[in-house]
Design a protein around this ligand. Structure first.
Ligand SMILES: *[C@@H]1O[C@H](CO)[C@@H](O)[C@H](O)[C@H]1NC(C)=O
Ligand SMILES: *[C@@H]1O[C@H](CO)[C@@H](O)[C@H](O)[C@H]1NC(C)=O
Length: 438
């Protein structure tokens, strides 16, 4: 009886985890390979979901504070000796001012902070140099193309031989243990499909431009060296994270997609989105897309040191169910709201700078959707050390007496919002030359 019950439960888990998300992801044929991937992904979500999220949030806060002390003490020295290199936050400080970054690219893998801290990408793997910007064969991608690089099974550190514009014919389905490292080249993924990280772990995408992304019809696409599958239409997200964990997106320049710039859905977790520059698009970041998919409670995402620039309308981010730590970001004249949510998500907003537009109707940073006022008041949405300009205001909620439990006794606050312009000064893809500080 017990056995039967367990089996039944397993079956249930199975069909819930695998089938529903797969179908909604437009995998036209849900075969054994996708079923196994879905199942494994759900297990890793479980593994990387942190039952004490604030410990990770405070780890990041400590680092920001440490750096500020150092920088205050050494500012004169740093400026005098480096000239061009000015790391303004603890993630950048981990690598940007080292001249040998190009010989030691994989050192970047240790630099993530926040929920994506464990993302190692292609660390320990070979360097794969993309030499060919074409994307013509979906089933048998040519050696030297980005698509050929990302379908490999082993860890790979993917770099670019030269500046290139890559127009993806269909969504780029990325296998786990990959770093896509645009440093040293001016790489644009544009005018075609975007990235799809589906049921994978350990992906880092760093230092590229992604823009003008549109939906594609789908069809037969190779998603790994040993698997080709039929896909339905893709949504036209710049980066879509689906049932995946340990993901770090850093120094991306993102604008204009058909759907979202970054979507993380279906119990994706352990994600950091940092140092990115967002502009000119309606929907920036969606964390959780379904009102009924309660597994998204396990979603934990850090949004840090980003610049949300003009021309954005909403979702910076918008969260369902999960937890978002939004720290030291610069918000500039959103057109509807900045941070939104549904289904009782937890929002910890610290040390951001919110500059509202002149429109009297869009002064509020926050937006609670599909809830009664009573329900909205119970969600924990907290603002600490944020700076509000031009009439911007944050509508806090949740029991203010309910302490978010910190692990460390002397947790230091993130940098105040007044420092954010400097902290986010280098958001977006950087121009880096080998042999020079970046
Ligand atoms: C699936 O395809 C349909 C049409 O074929 C499209 O409307 C829908 O947006 C697609 N969904 C996803 C998640 O790509
Ligand atoms: C703040 O949010 C609560 C809950 O949704 C709502 O009832 C209240 O009217 C809001 N206050 C302001 C000033 O917008």
């Amino acid at each position: 009886m017990q056995m039967e019950l367990t089996k039944l439960r397993l079956f249930f888990l199975f069909s819930f985890a695998a089938l529903i998300p797969c179908l909604s992801a437009n995998i036209s044929e849900v075969d054994e390979v996708w079923r196994r991937r879905a199942e494994e992904a759900m297990q890793t979500t479980e593994q990387y979901y942190d039952p004490n999220p604030v410990a990770i949030a405070s780890h990041l806060n400590m680092k920001v504070q440490d750096l500020s002390k150092q920088t205050a003490a050494r500012r004169g020295l740093l400026n005098a000796e480096s000239g061009q290199c000015e790391a303004t936050n603890p993630i950048d400080n981990c690598w940007r001012c080292k001249e040998n970054w190009a010989e030691n690219r994989q050192a970047l893998a240790g630099c993530a902070l926040g929920f994506g801290i464990k993302a190692t990408g292609g660390k320990g793997g070979k360097i794969y140099e993309v030499t060919d910007p074409s994307d013509n064969d979906m089933e048998n991608p040519k050696v030297g193309t980005l698509r050929h690089a990302v379908i490999q099974k082993e860890p790979l550190w993917i770099i670019f031989a030269k500046d290139m514009n890559i127009k993806l014919q269909q969504e780029l389905i990325v296998q786990g243990k990959k770093t896509i490292d645009g440093r040293g080249a001016n790489v644009h993924i544009a005018n075609g499909a975007g990235f799809m990280l589906q049921f994978v772990q350990n992906v880092i995408i760093h230092g590229i431009h992604i823009h003008n992304i549109s939906p594609r019809s789908g069809g037969m696409i190779r998603d790994s060296v040993d698997h080709v599958g039929k896909r339905g239409q893709s949504d036209g997200d710049a980066v879509s994270i689906f049932g995946s964990s340990n993901i770090w997106l850093d120094h991306l320049t993102l604008s204009q997609a058909h759907d979202g710039l970054i979507d993380a859905i279906q119990a994706s977790t352990a994600i950091t989105i940092s140092n990115c520059h967002f502009s000119n698009h309606d929907k920036a970041i969606l964390l959780g897309a379904s009102d009924t998919f309660t597994e998204d409670k396990k979603m934990q995402v850090t949004v840090a040191f980003n610049r949300f620039d003009k021309g954005l309308v909403q979702r910076m981010p918008c969260v369902r169910f999960g937890f978002a730590h939004v720290v030291n970001n610069d918000y500039n004249q959103w057109e509807m709201y900045a941070i939104g949510g549904l289904k009782g998500p937890t929002i910890l907003s610290q040390g951001n700078r919110f500059f509202a537009s002149d429109n009297q109707n869009t002064k509020e940073v926050t937006k609670r959707m599909n809830c009664s006022p009573e329900e909205g008041k119970s969600w924990i949405w907290r603002s600490e050390g944020d700076v509000f300009l031009n009439g911007a205001y944050f509508n806090s909620s949740g029991d203010p007496k309910k302490q978010i439990e910190y692990q460390m006794d002397d947790v230091i606050k993130p940098k105040p919002g007044t420092e954010v312009e400097r902290i986010t000064k280098f958001a977006g893809a950087l121009v880096c030359k080998p042999g020079q500080k970046c």
